[in-house]
Design a protein around this ligand. Structure first.
Ligand SMILES: [Zn+2]
Length: 316
């Protein structure tokens, strides 16, 4: 099931074409200029991502010959005769690419530990272009979600978001913990939709794209308890007077706005106390996906996959 999902997503993804960074409209807070130049180089000049990584690695503080770290496998693809290229989000160094040699051989002892969404302890050695996995030991394989195609879709969605919005070797412990907790929640909780919506809100915050929801982004008046507008390009809510004047503003219900504000300021335990209806979930989902797509300047692959799973006759 995972292989099916991964291959479906891989078909649609185009590695090496701006897959790991947001579009150029808004620069996240505190982003060093070298990253920006390299991202521009990658997108504008169509430079393959592994070449950009080699240049970028020269600026990285992570210079040890070996790296021992906890990591989550985001995705992988076959590489050479029997190897796999892995995209990992590591606790110590953020997103990295690594080669797992020989894992497609039947007798490989590492293979079972390096499937997408697995949380794993890794020992890696620095090669010339990539890290090379020398030891791998599973911490959590998230076995429940692997039996349910919709849960696989949710897990693929959160890993795709994280993959596209983060840069190689830009460590962020908050983001690592958010991903770790979200995959665990999708794996174990009765209603995984709450964990996915919470992930979207917190990821935006940790990346520096938090939408403004308490004051109108046009006139700065405090937002009142009534239906409002939301502008993706302005990055937040608009009062009913300003909304109709902004070309890309869409109506947003008071309830949706309340939930977004609640998720922004709450711990996950507090967030789960508010009941999420199907209608509300749909509104939040559509708004968040429009927001993410705006920054990426490209569609996400996984929402289509999730919709197809949901549309199957026996799914709710
Ligand atoms: Zn206003």
């Amino acid at each position: 099931m995972i292989a099916f999902c991964n291959s479906w997503i891989s078909q649609k993804a185009r590695p090496g074409e701006g897959y790991n960074a947001p579009g150029g409209k808004i620069v996240p807070d505190g982003m060093p200029s070298v990253k920006w130049h390299l991202f521009t180089l990658q997108v504008c000049m169509r430079v393959p991502i592994h070449l950009v990584s080699i240049v970028y690695n020269a600026h990285m503080p992570l210079k040890e010959r070996t790296v021992r770290t906890e990591a989550i496998v985001l995705r992988h693809k076959n590489w050479g005769e029997a190897d796999r290229l892995l995209w990992l989000y590591t606790r110590k160094a953020g997103k990295v690419q690594a080669i797992a040699k020989g894992v497609r051989k039947i007798k490989s002892r590492k293979a079972g530990h390096l499937e997408p969404f697995t949380r794993v302890n890794l020992l890696m050695a620095r090669g010339r272009s990539f890290l090379i996995v020398t030891q791998a030991e599973t911490i959590d394989a998230h076995l429940n979600l692997r039996d349910d195609l919709l849960l696989v879709g949710y897990a693929a969605y959160v890993t795709e978001l994280l993959d596209r919005f983060t840069y190689d070797e830009d460590d962020n412990l908050q983001i690592y913990r958010l991903l770790k907790d979200t995959l665990s929640r999708i794996d174990t909780e009765i209603d995984p939709r709450i964990s996915v919506r919470y992930f979207e809100v917190k990821l935006l915050e940790y990346l520096g794209y938090r939408p403004e929801l308490t004051n109108c982004v046009n006139c700065a008046e405090e937002i009142q308890a009534e239906d409002q507008y939301f502008s993706i390009s302005l990055g937040g809510a608009l009062c009913p007077r300003c909304g109709p004047q902004i070309p890309d503003a869409n109506r947003i219900s008071l309830n949706t706005l309340k939930y977004l504000r609640h998720y922004q300021r709450s711990s996950y335990a507090e967030a789960t106390r508010a009941q999420l209806t199907s209608q509300l979930n749909r509104e939040l989902e559509q708004l968040m996906q429009r927001y993410f797509t705006y920054f990426l300047e490209r569609n996400l692959n996984t929402p289509t996959f999730i919709r197809r799973i949901k549309d199957r006759p026996h799914q709710s």
